[in-house]
Design a protein around this ligand. Structure first.
Ligand SMILES: NC(=O)C1=CN([C@@H]2O[C@H](COP(=O)(O)OP(=O)(O)OC[C@H]3O[C@@H](n4cnc5c(N)ncnc54)[C@H](OP(=O)(O)O)[C@@H]3O)[C@@H](O)[C@H]2O)C=CC1
Ligand SMILES: Nc1nc(=O)c2c([nH]1)NC[C@@H]1CN(c3ccc(C(=O)N[C@@H](CCC(=O)O)C(=O)O)cc3)C=[N+]21
Length: 297
């Protein structure tokens, strides 16, 4: 039996359409559009592609997009000064500083400078604390997108055995917190985990966020399990000079065992941007004092 393919691209398209449908009512009440500011430091080609996509989709959703591109040798002080300027700008509801940052800049100092109420990435320690204590706040886009796909597929996640591979601050840890909040029994695996295949084999839900191309093999997966592949790895493709994207899961193997699986591309990636727009819409409502029906999207 082969797994169902979870169409994250289509799901994300629906989500963006729902966000776009709520923008006119917000505009009418607030007298302005929701605004998202994206800051890119340096010329990393992959980051440039993401930032361009975010800009395009922000505009398509009827929101304002403010792009700030800074040279790779920008100082930490200059970047933090820009963040402070965006914090004070009433037309900006959401601020995203594209990661990773160049070596001379301390990431945590920059994230700490972002107003937690404009932190639509959910990376500020205040929002990390809110998530881990069950308070309302901003949740990192990629993990929230993964939970949306899981709930769409499974409904209630209570009692499910979930294994998250990876413990980064931007994916693994918030993913584990969200699954815990959904009453899963959560295991977080990482590079020092002993017997990783065995650990993964007991999971009803596997989330792979490792950054190692096709590391998770088919015989690590319990038959019928749901596999969410967060990995985005560019590897050599067919023909000289060509590249292709693969996930952290060996898709060809896992698709033969899993109950459902996200592809790469077209799985989790598109969800990340759709959730970013959703978080920006929520931020705009809160900052403008326009009521937002909890759970509207
Ligand atoms: N789809 C999307 O929107 C997004 C995709 N990504 C992708 O997700 C992946 C993970 O990203 P990110 O969390 O930022 O990556 P990090 O490099 O920050 O974290 C990787 C994690 O994987 C663990 N790990 C590394 N090697 C192994 C191994 N052999 N066995 C078990 N665990 C291992 C590391 O363990 P340790 O802590 O011990 O070092 C670490 O916790 C990447 O491919 C990235 O491109 C990221 C963000 C968004
Ligand atoms: N502050 C910050 N917030 C982030 O959310 C953030 C970041 N920094 N730095 C980089 C990572 C990575 N990330 C992705 C977003 C979209 C796709 C995406 O749309 N992927 C498409 C493919 C795109 C392609 O073809 O390259 C897909 O999987 O189908 C992937 C990865 C957000 N990140």
């Amino acid at each position: 039996m082969t797994a169902q393919i979870i169409d994250g691209k289509a799901f994300a398209g629906d989500l963006r359409a729902k966000v776009a449908a709520m923008v006119p009512a917000f505009r009418a009440k607030a007298g302005r559009a929701p605004g998202l500011a994206v800051v890119l430091v340096g010329e990393d080609p992959a980051s440039q592609v993401y930032v361009r996509n975010k800009h395009k989709m922000t505009i398509e959703a009827g929101m304002e997009s403010f792009e700030h591109r800074l040279p790779a040798d920008t100082s930490q002080d200059a970047l933090i000064a820009l963040v402070h300027q965006l914090n004070a700008d009433p037309s900006v509801d959401g601020i995203l500083v594209q990661l990773p940052l160049p070596r001379q800049i301390d990431e945590s100092a920059v994230l700490a400078a972002i107003d937690p109420d404009k932190d639509v990435d959910g990376f500020h320690v205040v929002n990390v604390g809110r998530l881990s204590t069950g308070m309302a706040g901003y949740v990192p886009c990629t993990p929230l997108g993964c939970v949306m796909l899981l709930k769409d597929r499974l409904g209630d996640l209570s009692g499910k055995d979930a294994v998250v591979i990876g413990r980064s601050n931007i994916v693994g840890k918030p993913m584990a917190q969200l699954l815990l909040a959904e009453n899963c029994t959560v295991t977080v695996a990482h590079s020092r985990t002993a017997n990783l295949p065995e650990v993964v084999r007991r999971a009803d839900i596997v989330v792979a966020a490792v950054g190692r191309p096709e590391m998770v093999k088919g015989d690590w997966i319990k038959p019928g399990a749901i596999v969410i592949d967060v990995g985005i790895n560019r590897v050599p493709g067919a023909g000289p000079g060509k590249t292709k994207l693969v996930g952290d899961v060996d898709f060809a193997e896992a698709v033969e065992v899993a109950g459902a699986i996200t592809p790469v591309p077209g799985g989790v990636g598109p969800m990340t941007i759709a959730v970013l727009l959703r978080n920006t819409l929520v931020a705009a409502h809160r900052l403008a004092g326009v009521p937002y029906e909890k759970g509207a999207i």
